[in-house]
Design a protein around this ligand. Structure first.
Ligand code: 5RP
Length: 294
């Protein structure tokens, strides 16, 4: 209990200095509630308003895909370099050390395996459990143009309503079907629908032509998925182009954990996302770190 005697007289009121009230700089997020902003700050580095999310949630429909067979061995050593981890609650509880104190984005939709119609998802996590796990956001797949388009959007809007009750942001993940054009027109449509219907931020794919129109038309931050494994230089170039054209970072999986040197790769990705390093210099960094590890 505070000591009643020996109380210092308070005097530092700075009456001539107006109280600081800084706007929250993350795109489209200034009017959100404090808790929501606080959680978003655990995803997006407040210094850069960008993020390197490490995506390892693929098992929710793919099972033990290449690079994720043993998350304890392949992914846990990468956690120190990620701003945020995207995973399922099963992996979080079983394998991720609870001492991991950065943002967790929890996969909150699922249902069909790779053997079935993927757009036929349901909400797979109750908001109460997401809060129990102290996550920074929940993620839901949205299949614009897919067979179960409306259902997947309804999954998202229900999570947005639940998230708004408790200050939990929702990441809308745009899933592009095999037979759909991966172009800026489609990405503008899909990302804008997610934002209009309440997603706090949106994940999409980078497109070579007109990606800047995708980020311009989306009023909340966009992060890009890495997609299929490509060369390290190509992946770094894609990340660099994306942030240069308005993306707020990456949610990258296979191009990190399927790399020959995942620890080197995630550090190279960080240097592109947070320090605007050129892809060539970041690739040199990748090679140096890879050789040091040998
Ligand atoms: C799976 C996902 C992945 O998190 C997403 O695709 C990012 O991973 P990658 O960089 O490997 O594409 O949402 O549905």
């Amino acid at each position: 209990m505070a000591d009643k005697d020996a109380v210092q007289e308070s005097k530092d009121y700075y009456v001539d200095i107006p109280m600081k009230s800084e706007p929250f700089a993350l795109r489209g997020s200034n009017s959100l509630e404090w808790g929501m902003k606080n959680r978003l700050s655990n995803i997006f580095n407040p210094k850069t308003n960008r993020t390197v999310m490490l995506a390892v949630d693929h098992g929710y429909f793919l099972g033990p895909t290449s690079g994720l067979e043993r998350i304890d061995i392949s992914i846990v050593p990468l956690l120190e370099y990620a701003d945020t981890l995207m995973c399922t609650r099963g992996i979080l509880r079983s394998t991720i050390p609870p001492t991991f104190n950065k943002g967790v984005v929890l996969r909150a939709s699922g249902g069909p395996s790779i053997l079935k119609e993927l757009s036929n998802e349901e909400i797979a996590v109750d908001m109460e459990d997401a809060i129990r796990l102290n996550v920074a956001a929940v993620a839901v797949q949205v299949f614009i143009g897919g067979e179960y388009e409306t259902k997947s959007i309804h999954n998202m809007t229900r999570l947005v309503d639940a998230g708004n009750r408790f200050g939990v942001p929702v990441l809308g993940v745009t899933a592009v079907g095999k037979d759909m054009a991966r172009d800026a027109k489609y990405m503008r449509l899909a990302t804008r629908i997610c934002a209009e219907l309440g997603a706090s931020y949106v994940k999409t794919y980078y497109v070579n032509e007109g990606f800047d129109t995708v980020t311009a038309a989306c009023p909340v931050p966009i992060v890009i998925a890495g997609g299929k494994k490509m060369s390290e230089l190509d992946a770094l170039t894609m990340a660099s182009n994306a942030v240069g054209q308005g993306a707020a970072g990456v949610d990258m999986g296979r191009n990190i954990f399927q790399s020959d040197a995942p620890e080197a790769m995630i550090q190279a990705v960080r240097s592109v996302v947070h320090a605007d390093m050129t892809p060539e210099r970041a690739h040199d960094l990748y090679q140096t770190l890879k050789n040091e590890k040998k």
